[in-house]
Design a protein around this ligand. Structure first.
Ligand code: GCB
Length: 590
């Protein structure tokens, strides 16, 4: 039968939907999970022909005279998790497809469900199980999963994963950005087993309408009306029962007495959810956050965010961060600097880092990778960006350390961009009314002695981030103490980026901005700090950046060699002179 145009379109959409990764479950670390990390077999596929050559079938030459060109046999191996760029010199600049394969044993049981979960893979990922396509996922920094219980077989199974990190004008981020385009399965892969009816999703927080109450929402997968879930916080003597509706969902608001989480007192409680078939526990902290009268209030009290920016990268190892040890290294430096706040730039960091920040009492700003030039007029951009928001919030919504969701960094105002960001802000608020929404702005109207922010999106966010590089990209034309900031909205402002470059160990004239001297960077920090009292409603600072980081953008062969040198700490872990300036400033703030 011939299909009409619209029938074809619907069929095509259905097949795309069917083959997209599914929404993932809450709190994978609290599940019965087997890591599939380790040395996976790999094939480097520069021309991206693997799919056409059916690499996912994992063929070997079975009979004489039948050769197979595209095979994993006796080949190359790569670590998972791990970016490929830092595992092999030939892959340092590689941008195309790599195929991964590994075997695993399985003993499927009819009363369990099985999921294959990826913490992240950059950028487009296609997953096959035993030669059959499970689906694909776009986006390099958020998790995705596939249910595989009806596809696994008892005994040996094999997974083939194609990861393609090519940048295009339509990817998010797009063609150019100031960090390394690490490709590969960059975060852990887990095989998760759950009961048939399991607690798939939950949100537990203080009720934004009344913080003396606990608010919770739960969904039981495979469940229906009338199931009960017991939510308890034994340390707080709290226990309540939720009853599901026809969709397996339940909601609760009940009075509770809980100590509040804060940077000084990062108190967390073990929260336990227990249904007839499933039990899950997680450490969760409780706090309120609000923007009022140009200030950020944490637990009702104004607070100044002593922050820093940081990429999810380990400079000493030259690679993506992914482990608890990585998180400890990065966050140890955040703490040493005297910070209570970290801006996770420019994409969701690995989950280990977010969880550890909460344990250490570090407040977080988390962002989706809409960096500078994004194809806002492309009709696919909004759904793609909103999916990234959904995935970021789904993973981290129970992390009280996160106070700000950021929808973008330094995008230029214009009708399409304004419309997309407006929709994204609405989407953020619909998913999570308990946090503040922000964006980092940089398009201002400048005179030699002032800046004015005129961006319609600034009216829509709760907190305004402003990135400006006075003394680096923009020379000073007046004394920093005299520079005027005009930010028309009555909203808290975070000076979300400032800084300049310095090569560690390179010393010279503090007035010379051209030679990457530590002394100039330190002086530039002093100048910017001198300007801070002029910023209306200043609620925090997050200079750029904690560590030197790798970036092909940085081509100065003498000082940069593909490193952005705005770090306060060098790629080898040495603190530069400016580090001490910022530390002294933060120590001076009560
Ligand atoms: C910025 C960007 C950041 C860059 C930084 C720089 O404005 O937001 O991603 O790395 O400047 O060093 O130029």
């Amino acid at each position: 039968m011939r299909k009409t145009g619209s029938a074809c379109l619907i069929a095509c959409l259905l097949s795309i939907l069917h083959l997209s990764a599914q929404p993932f479950m809450t709190n994978v670390s609290g599940r019965n999970a087997r890591p599939l990390d380790g040395r996976w077999q790999a094939v480097v596929d520069l021309y991206a022909c693997g799919e056409q050559m059916e690499i996912y079938k994992n063929r070997t030459a079975a009979e004489k005279g039948r050769f197979v060109e595209c095979t994993f046999d006796d080949g190359f191996r790569l670590d998972v998790p791990g970016d490929w760029n830092s595992q092999c010199p030939e892959l340092k600049y590689y941008e195309s497809t790599v195929w991964y394969k590994r075997d695993f044993d399985c003993a499927p049981s009819p009363d369990k469900r099985l999921f294959l979960y990826f913490g992240a893979a950059n950028y487009r990922t296609t997953v096959y199980l035993n030669g059959e396509k499970l689906g694909s996922h776009e986006g390099g920094f958020t998790p995705f999963q596939f249910e595989i219980g009806d596809k696994v077989r008892a005994g040996n199974n094999f997974i083939v994963v194609g990861v393609d990190n090519r940048r295009t004008a339509e990817t998010i981020p797009a063609l150019k950005y100031d960090w390394w385009n690490y490709g590969g399965i960059t975060r852990s892969v887990l095989l998760i087993e759950t009961p048939r009816r399991f607690i798939e999703d939950y949100t537990v927080r203080l009720d934004p309408k009344d913080p003396e109450r606990l608010w919770a929402q739960v969904r039981i997968a495979g469940g229906g009306r009338g199931e009960t879930v017991r939510l308890s916080i034994p340390e707080a003597d709290f226990s309540a029962t939720l009853r599901t509706d026809a969709e397996g969902k339940a909601e609760l608001s009940a009075p509770v007495r809980l100590e509040r989480w804060s940077p000084e007192h990062p108190k967390r409680y073990t929260v336990e959810l227990c249904s007839r078939h499933d039990t899950i526990r997680e450490r969760i902290g409780f706090r309120t956050v609000a923007a009022e009268g140009g200030r950020i209030l944490l637990n009702g009290k104004p607070l100044f965010l002593k922050g820093i920016n940081c990429h999810d990268e380990i400079p000493q190892r030259r690679g993506r961060a992914f482990s608890e040890a990585d998180a400890r290294m990065l966050l140890g430096e955040v703490k040493a600097l005297g910070c209570n706040f970290l801006r996770l730039t420019h994409y969701p960091a690995c989950e280990a880092l977010v969880r550890m920040a909460e344990e250490m009492g570090i407040l977080l700003w988390e962002e989706v990778p809409l960096w500078q030039k994004i194809a806002f007029s492309d009709p696919q951009t909004l759904p793609k960006a909103n999916r990234m928001v959904t995935e970021m919030i789904a993973r981290d919504k129970n992390r009280c350390a996160i106070i700000l969701w950021s929808v973008s960094n330094e995008t230029a105002p214009g009708p399409d961009r304004n419309r997309v960001l407006e929709e994204m802000i609405r989407h953020c608020r619909a998913l999570d009314p308990s946090r503040l929404v922000t964006s980092a702005f940089s398009h201002t109207t400048d005179t030699p002695t002032s800046l004015t922010l005129e961006d319609p999106v600034a009216e829509l966010v709760d907190v305004i981030g402003i990135n400006k590089y006075y003394g680096w990209y923009t020379p000073w034309h007046c004394r920093p103490q005299e520079f005027v900031w005009n930010v028309p909205c009555d909203k808290p402002v975070i000076f979300s980026e400032f800084g300049s470059e310095a090569l560690y160990g390179n010393h010279g004239d503090p007035n010379d901005s051209t030679n990457w001297y530590e002394e100039y960077q330190a002086r530039n920090y002093r100048d910017n700090i001198a300007m801070l009292p002029n910023i209306p409603h200043l609620a925090g600072t997050a200079p750029w950046v904690l560590f030197d980081f790798r970036s092909p953008y940085r081509m100065n062969g003498r000082y940069q060699e593909e490193w952005n040198r705005k770090g306060l700490v060098s790629d080898k872990g040495h603190r530069k002179a400016a580090w001490y300036v910022l530390k002294a400033y933060y120590d001076s703030i009560p």
